[in-house]
Design a protein around this ligand. Sequence first.
Ligand SMILES: NC(=O)c1ccc[n+]([C@@H]2O[C@H](COP(=O)([O-])OP(=O)(O)OC[C@H]3O[C@@H](n4cnc5c(N)ncnc54)[C@H](O)[C@@H]3O)[C@@H](O)[C@H]2O)c1
Ligand SMILES: O=C(O)[C@H](O)[C@H](O)COP(=O)(O)O
Length: 401
Amino acid sequence: MRILADENMPAVARLFADVATEIRTVPGRTLTPEQLAAVDVLLVRSVTRVDAALLAQASQLRFVGTATIGTDHIDQPLLQQRQIAFASAPGCNAAGVVDYVLGALLAQYADNPAALAQARVAVVGAGNVGGRLTTRLRALGLAVMVCDPPREQACLPDQDGVSEPCFVSLQEAFTADIVCCHTPYTRAGDWPTHHMISADLLQQLPLRALFLNAGRGGVVSSAALLAATRARPDLRLVLDVWDPEPDLPLALLERAVMGTGHIAGYSAEGRVRGTLMLRQALAEKLDLPPPELKVQDLLPPVPPLRLDSDAAGAEQPVAQAWQLLQQAVLQVCDPLGDDARFRAALHAVPAARRGQAFDQYRKTYAAERDRRELASVPVERAGLSATAADLLHRAGFAVHS
Ligand SMILES: NC(=O)c1ccc[n+]([C@@H]2O[C@H](COP(=O)([O-])OP(=O)(O)OC[C@H]3O[C@@H](n4cnc5c(N)ncnc54)[C@H](O)[C@@H]3O)[C@@H](O)[C@H]2O)c1
Ligand SMILES: O=C(O)[C@H](O)[C@H](O)COP(=O)(O)O
């Protein structure tokens, strides 16, 4: 079986060696129809548009897998029509996105992280990512409302089987202090998300409200974000995804209080889990042996986190606990550092090479940053107050006594 994979897909060789006669890795953004001529299995990431043009010479193709949550780059009806099996990796990097959001919010509440607990949050799109985010923020005591009309209409419970008690409209969501957007990018259906969030809607946000998008850039146009922040300079934008990518307008990055290059889900676990899920799906669809390795076999163990509880001050147990949480989350997942590296990378090149710089930033991030999920990071309980240990546990850390 001949496998062609995106060069940025981790652990492909280890996971697919037993079922492949050949594994070739190539840059996903510039994949050509000729490269697919004698290929049985194609493994892509979000930067490869899998459509009729790309598959023009893929007469041998039996399976397409994308190691991503989003599937807007795949022509699924075409694959069905050509009887090519398809799999994505739903939920693979959802925990990583939640860690990123938590890090971004704690960084924005730098002076007084405990004040975050008082913020009213709206999560728009409450699937694998938004559902987990809602659960995590509520566990930390935040009031969270949820805007997800498809889920509301279908009376769908979240990933833990819980029915959402706080569904709101999109209009109402934009009365929150923090709006986190985690919808897919869709152009059809009853609730298409293409440019769903308008400049008018953004301008209805309360004073100094924060809008965070870690779903897909196309859900809100750059023009809308620029218009809204021009009219309302108090609004805070945290953007991980852009319209368009990779050639985003630098003017928008300049307006954002935090900007990163589509890396919210780039935890080491999330990326490896994506590849592993494709290996599992290939086994199921083509009746092959299942993979023998698990996520933990493919990653090194994580050393315990070192926290400086003195630096956090002991005067107020709750305030201290939030300061320790901020310290802990930002050590593991550092959106401020990611933001600084992103701006530096895009400013270092002329406009014509910005798209390449965007891709290079993501590649380097994935290869070198080694960001682990909070759930994999051990925290020693000794030396922590009961309040701090409990808060760190509720934030998702593996707190050990
Ligand atoms: N920035 C990143 O690194 C990153 C990482 C992972 C996923 N993503 C993006 O985030 C998206 C969401 O991921 P997920 O795993 O939670 O997907 P999911 O399919 O599990 O959940 C999406 C949710 O959005 C809801 N939704 C659809 N249309 C909506 C609308 N018009 N208004 C409100 N809600 C709507 C759906 O009902 C569903 O509950 C993905 O499609 C992907 O594009 C980005
Ligand atoms: O849809 C997803 O899973 C995410 O957007 C993912 O982080 C995309 O990463 P990429 O495939 O572009 O490396």
